[in-house]
Ligand binder design. Sequence first.
Ligand SMILES: *Cc1c(COP(=O)(O)O)cnc(C)c1O
Length: 412
Amino acid sequence: MTPRDDEAARLARAQLPEGLRPETLAVRTALAPSQHGENSEGLFLTSAFIQPDAQTAARRFAEMEDFTYARTSNPTVRSLEARLAAMEGAEAAIATSTGMSAILLLVMGLLKAGDHVVCSRSVFGSTVSLFAKEFGKFGVETSFVSQTDLAEWRAAVRPSTKLLFAETPTNPLTDVCDIAALADIAHDAGALLTVDNTFCSPALQRPLALGADLVMHAGTKYLDGQGRVMAGSLCGPAKLIHDVFGATLRTTGMTLAPFNAWVVLKGLETLALRMKAQSEAALAVARWLEAHPAVARVYYPGLPSHPQHELAMRQQSGLGGAVLSFDLRAADAEAARAAAFHVIDRTRVLSIATNLGDTKSLITHPATTSHGRLTEAQRQAAGIGQGMVRLAVGLEHVDDITDDLQRGLGSL
Ligand SMILES: *Cc1c(COP(=O)(O)O)cnc(C)c1O
């Protein structure tokens, strides 16, 4: 074979057959390898790309095709976008520097002053601030509604409503919303539904197949999966992703760094395995906690006691995800906080950290960290008490996790 034939054969092999399953797409979807034939996708750390001649450069800049400058596109970032889109069952995806910048891109690309958003009031704390405070400054108004009461969503819709935004399950209460029902409400109103799929990832939940228009991710969490980098993404129809969000991203520069893209690209290869193992471990820990005399209540979609258990199992491939919370028994708020701090401080294996989506299990006290800026009344209304502890279950042996919790629970 001549070198040219060799390259042609390699490129032909890079064209994957139709109908591959999600696990295969997670490992195989990427741009074709370079002329070196690397098997693990390359990391392209370059800000500019050499053009063969002035005429080609002129065309590429006019048509925004191929690679010109890394704020616009980069092969490593492109591979991540292709892989994540395939896993979500989306036509296309666009990567952003963080999860929050994915929401910033969503709203800057889609909305203008005077437009209205309906959003669950139980979404990620910074998401509430972004909609309520930052977008409010630019004339985009948001109504916050119940995570689970569809009538509230319907009643909040106005003629100017352009976007419904939901996240499921929520943090730390793990409330589950009905994606298909919200999609119907959005479409009846001529609006789009975006779902923050950070907690389940496409390994468990594919919102587009349930009728959502766009999926948003904090790639920082399970997509990376090992707590290393920040990343974000929007997935959806090619026309919106390229013409609307691509154009906005190019001018605003919320671009994902190639190194971070490469880390997440590699993370996606083990996503399904991790999500399954961590969900199974979380269910075992949740069952153990539910039977513990010091625990008043466990919040976990995988437990039959969860109010939306059946919906969650239908929507999340029969798995509960890896995040759970529990309330400790206590006489009053002060005693509850002391008990929660006792359990957290007695651990010797779990990390005391406010994050999730790591192979290392994390333990946190929502009332004084992620939800510490709420007033006590707001926290009460949200159901986040001083005796609540949140766990993001990792890949340690389940017995080591429960032994670590027992150090504090057994000595309350
Ligand atoms: C972490 C997180 C975000 C924000 O992502 P960053 O990468 O931290 O900006 C948004 N939504 C959910 C559900 C998250 O857990």
